[in-house]
Design a protein around this ligand. Structure first.
Ligand SMILES: NC(=O)c1ccc[n+]([C@@H]2O[C@H](COP(=O)([O-])OP(=O)(O)OC[C@H]3O[C@@H](n4cnc5c(N)ncnc54)[C@H](O)[C@@H]3O)[C@@H](O)[C@H]2O)c1
Length: 337
């Protein structure tokens, strides 16, 4: 089978990560790399050690000159709509970085254009592709009898400098979507409504709110509570959060790093004692962006829909938008994708 030809847009930090992932995938050939700052592409090509990759300044030209099988969009969020819309109009499938678009209206439009053009649009929600998160999901479905209560704690204290320290709502807008998406993934449920409060501790080095507390209702009545901060020095959690899930047959925890564990009631034990289970990492299609790429390539070859296809991913984006609205209004808000 011939290689699928790819155009990569964006040559920042994530663009380089994508160039490496594309180079490592045996089914794919990166033919052109685009950035408005072409010197970034030239530096990236050297740093990653690529050859035979055309440098382009504009994605429209790259599409015209290369007629690729797909585009990876790793440009800035403000450019996602324009790039994806143009590709979908041309019938070129897109694997885009999160967030799907800069605004929810744009995201809805893109889902509609994907439908209208019958062209695949997938968002690379890379933190879903984690062998231990998948093991935690399996523990819940196989041993807890489902989940009625789910909790994630995210506490870190990075000094990024740059746009994150200047933007409004950095935690909810730039990071929480990963945890919200993981909550949907492990529970297998969809969000219904949210009550959220975001705030900025007085010692915060961010201009916008760097902390948030949110409580979601999920389909089936389960509750997902999220507590997070990007200005929480000391005893930091993993970037993948620290989790607890509670179901009718027991509880499971995952510290976001090691193997997840569960304690499951023995039949007739009536709450006392329990069987301890440690889950080994699960088999998935690949780690992080390599996994999202592998599923995307499989979809192009077989038509099998990837789990972060745009109709699914917009639900995680909707959780962020509803949490922001709840915090602004002080009211519980429906989550509508
Ligand atoms: N999934 C993750 O874990 C993760 C981590 C970091 C960033 N991201 C996402 O990846 C994307 C890129 O982030 P980054 O950190 O690499 O940003 P960056 O600012 O370092 O790089 C973005 C690049 O896009 C280029 N660009 C902007 N508009 C363009 C256009 N119209 N055409 C071509 N190039 C254009 C810029 O010149 C810049 O070089 C963002 O959407 C970000 O949210 C995801």
């Amino acid at each position: 089978m011939s290689d699928l030809q790819a155009v990569l847009v964006g040559a920042g930090g994530m663009g380089r990560a994508w160039a490496r992932a594309l180079a490592a995938n045996p089914d794919v050939r990166l033919v052109s790399w685009v950035d408005l700052l072409t010197e970034r592409v030239a530096d990236g090509i050297k740093a990653v050690g690529l050859s035979d990759v055309a440098i382009e300044e504009h994605f429209e030209g790259a599409l015209l000159h290369n007629r690729p099988d797909f585009v990876v969009d790793a440009a800035v969020p403000d450019a996602h709509y324009e790039i994806t819309r143009h590709c979908l109009d041309q019938g070129v499938p897109v694997l885009g970085e999160k967030p799907m678009a800069a605004t929810f209206e744009e995201a809805r439009d893109l889902v509609m254009f994907s439908e209208r053009s019958s062209t695949l649009f997938v968002v690379s929600q890379n933190r879903r592709y984690n062998t231990r998160l998948a093991a935690f999901k399996d523990l819940i479905s196989e041993h807890l009898g489902g989940v009625g209560q789910l909790n994630a704690e995210f506490y870190r204290a990075p000094h990024f400098g740059g746009f994150r320290e200047e933007m409004g709502s950095p935690l909810l807008v730039d990071m929480a979507i990963h945890t919200f998406d993981a909550a949907r993934y492990v529970s297998g449920a969809d969000p219904v409504s949210v009550l959220c409060s975001e705030f900025n501790p007085e010692w915060s080095w961010y201009r916008g709110a760097a902390s948030a507390v949110a409580e979601f209702e999920f389909t089936g009545g389960a509750r997902f509570s999220y507590q997070g901060s990007w200005c929480a020095p000391g005893l930091e959690t993993s970037w993948d959060s620290s989790w607890r899930a509670i179901g009718p047959l027991g509880s499971a925890t995952w510290d976001g790093g090691g193997n997840p564990v569960a304690e499951v009631l023995r039949p007739g034990a009536n709450g006392a004692g329990g069987e301890h289970i440690e889950a080994a990492p699960a088999t998935i299609s690949g780690d992080g962006i390599s996994g999202t790429l592998a599923d995307f390539v499989k979809a192009l070859r077989t038509g099998e829909k990837p789990m972060t296809e745009c109709h699914d991913n917009i639900k995680s984006f909707a959780m962020v938008v509803a949490a922001l609205e709840s915090s602004r209004s002080g009211r519980r808000v429906a989550v509508e994708a």
